[in-house]
Design a protein around this ligand. Structure first.
Ligand SMILES: [Zn+2]
Length: 283
């Protein structure tokens, strides 16, 4: 099974990168996911253990699981501390494998098209604050523990981490996985969850949905044509939550799908790679 092979690879990583932690690591906490920037990681430890990441406590599920993630520019080593109810402290060091992204330098762009209108900037800033607030949600839902399904089928037209530099000015990196498909194509919930934001028309992102999957894990869907859910709606995996569109600042219809852990943006392609179930298919 792929999952077993991957866990074995992670143990090997401890041995290679962190000999001191290797001895106790396997028994104290097990991880699934990739130790790279953009990764979502699920750890499993004994119930009642306490876990922290770089000194910040992580909430542990009643079954002993923790979830966390690393942003696009995360690098170096990260320390996980596990404390048993008896007060014994184990330290596990994760070494993040470096990752590079596609950078597109475009020079000679007329400055007018690079500098946005001040009124648009003000609107976009207010909307960004609302989106940031929605991602602050932290619930005891455990939806993220279920194998994930792809929200839509289509050509991958954009990847996580890529960035454009216009006339030497870097733009925000691209944080989603773009799936190109005609307007009206259904978008299905990759995990169960609760809708925390549903906005039909934001300046940059157009029709925008954010869903809470528990323990700080949320997912975002942008450029939507139609939203089929409202804030507070509880959704099941595979439910049609929206339709793909070309709303906001885009050139063609596609779903821009994002996964977040608190305010860190993660790579949906890595989540699909490590947390899909081969038994589960999108209906
Ligand atoms: Zn995109």
């Amino acid at each position: 099974m792929r999952k077993t092979a991957w866990l074995a690879a992670l143990y090997a990583a401890f041995i290679i990168f962190s000999p001191a932690a290797a001895a106790g690591a396997e028994s104290i906490i097990r991880f699934s996911g990739a130790f790279t920037p953009g990764a979502l990681i699920i750890g499993t430890t004994a119930i009642n253990n306490r876990v922290s990441l770089e000194g910040e406590p992580l909430k542990v599920t009643p079954a002993g699981q923790v979830v966390f993630g690393f942003g696009r520019d995360a690098e170096g080593s990260k320390t996980i501390q596990v404390q048993t109810p008896a007060g014994e402290v184990h330290e596990v060091v994760i070494e993040l494998a470096p990752r590079s992204y596609a950078i597109d330098r475009v020079d000679g762009v007329p400055q007018k098209t690079v500098t946005p209108d001040p009124a648009q900037v003000a609107r976009a800033r207010a909307e960004a604050a609302k989106v940031w607030q929605a991602r602050q949600v932290f619930s005891a839902r455990e939806d993220f523990l279920q194998p994930v399904i792809k929200p839509a089928e289509g050509r991958i037209s954009g990847v996580y981490g890529s960035q454009r530099i216009f006339n030497g000015q870097p733009r925000n990196p691209h944080f989603g996985l773009d799936i190109a498909a005609p307007t009206g194509t259904p978008v299905k919930a990759p995990w169960p969850g609760i809708v925390v934001l549903a906005e039909p028309d934001l300046f940059y992102s157009g029709g925008t949905l954010i869903i809470d999957h528990g323990y700080g894990v949320t997912s975002t869907y942008i450029h939507l044509h139609k939203l089929h859910v409202a804030p507070g709606d509880e959704i099941a995996q595979g439910d049609v939550i929206a339709e793909i569109g070309a709303t906001g600042r885009v050139t063609g219809p596609h779903l821009d799908w994002r996964i977040n852990w608190q305010q860190e943006r993660l790579d949906p392609a890595l989540v699909l790679e490590h947390f899909s179930s081969s038994e589960l298919t999108t209906p």
